[in-house]
Design a protein around this ligand. Structure first.
Ligand code: ADP
Length: 364
């Protein structure tokens, strides 16, 4: 019993010591926190603000009343509410300037009302990801809806007015197969994109011979180039260029880039594919292989270039559709190259043509 009675006294002493020393070092503890935090006293004066809070609110706050250094009336209201009710408050606040930010705020009473602690979590990235996700779903639904509506329209016409019109039936069936193919391509591209994005953090590890892949692709795409009276040229030495990669995905990168060069190049002009080695990748101290795909098409205005790899971004939507595009080809290319820790460079001149360069680190 004696032993039992003594223990809590020792523990209480220890706890008091710990609390006392942490109170003595409150500002150090607050400074060490990664998330923004503000401590106000009962007069609403900021007693402590860590570097993250200063960064976020962008001004010197310590020693000033919260009303003077915070423009958000809902935060001030929340502080008053917590002092009055002695209950914590949690809510979302939007800071419009200088860059719009979404913050999740938590205001809690300290002790019996000596002050409040305001902790902040920046949820901007989460909000943006949510918005991008819903934009993406809206885009996919829209892209699938138009071929689907066309199919439904033709089916109704074939069931009704064109039932006995053999010529119209053949014509409509032709369009229907094209629309169905468009939906199939879109689904294939969406699946490729999601597969690549899932694997993006894992660098592939197979030994891949870039030249062998390019020879295969150019053999396959020669026919398509012929139809547009274009020459598809592959320039490379007999040297084998090996990279650590995923052969199927690297094939997809060059298939998409060369296919685009054929689609967007002018009929009768050549498409040149050349392979060269780089001593160092741009901004990385590793050797690499660079593949340039050059076309002589209309070129791309520089305003569009940074956005080309966004999903569904097309300069001329109708043209991309007629050429059988989904608007996902370059997004797939970008993610595959990112997975391989490489770079995609795009140079273009309106009226002259474009050069897409895929740079992949070589096998060490
Ligand atoms: P798409 O299926 O529409 O070809 P991509 O993602 O492959 O989709 O390309 C996106 C857009 O970039 C295209 O719609 C086109 O406007 C532009 N683009 C891509 N490659 C070229 C090129 N070689 N020359 C001119 N424009 C190009």
């Amino acid at each position: 019993m004696l032993f039992r009675k003594k223990t809590p006294i020792v523990q209480k002493h220890l706890v008091e010591q710990t609390v006392k020393s942490s109170i003595d070092h409150t500002s150090d503890v607050i400074a060490a926190l990664a998330d923004p935090i503000l401590i106000l006293d009962r007069d609403r004066v900021v007693k402590h603000a860590n570097a993250a809070a200063m960064n976020l609110f962008g001004r010197v706050m310590v020693g000033r009343n919260i009303v003077q250094c915070m423009r958000q009336p809902n935060v001030i209201d929340a502080v008053e509410q917590v002092f009055a009710s002695k209950l914590s408050w949690m809510g979302e606040v939007k800071f419009p300037a200088p860059v719009e930010r979404h913050l999740s705020l938590h205001v809690a009473l300290i002790g019996d009302g000596e002050g409040v602690a305001i902790t902040v979590r920046d949820t901007t990235l989460v909000k943006r990801t949510e918005e991008m996700h819903s934009d993406f779903v809206a885009n996919v639904s829209h892209e699938l809806r138009s071929p689907l509506s066309a199919l439904m329209g033709f089916i109704e016409t074939l069931q009704g007015p064109a039932q006995d019109d053999r010529e119209a039936r053949d014509r409509f069936l032709n369009i229907m197969i094209q629309e169905a193919n468009r939906m199939a391509r879109l689904i294939d591209d969406l699946l490729s994109l999601s597969r690549v994005q899932i694997q993006e953090h894992v660098v592939p590890n197979d030994d891949v011979n870039i030249v062998a892949i390019l020879k295969n692709i150019t053999d396959i795409l020669h026919m398509k180039a012929d139809i547009r009276e274009m020459m598809l040229n592959l320039y490379c030495s007999e040297e084998a260029y090996w990279v650590k990669g995923d052969a199927d995905q690297i094939t997809q990168v060059f298939q998409n880039l060369i296919d685009n060069a054929i689609k967007y190049g002018k009929p009768g002009t050549p498409v040149d594919v050349s392979v060269r080695s780089l001593e160092r990748m741009p901004d990385k101290n590793v050797p690499a292989v660079a593949v340039d795909i050059v076309d002589h098409g209309e070129g791309i205005d520089e305003n569009h270039i940074p956005r080309l790899t966004e999903r569904f971004y097309r300069i001329d939507k109708a043209r991309s559709r007629t050429l059988g595009g989904t608007g996902l080809g370059l997004a797939i290319v970008k993610h595959i190259i990112m997975r391989h820790r490489g770079r995609l460079q795009i140079e273009s001149k309106v009226g002259v043509g474009s050069k897409f360069t895929a740079i992949l680190p070589t096998k060490s």
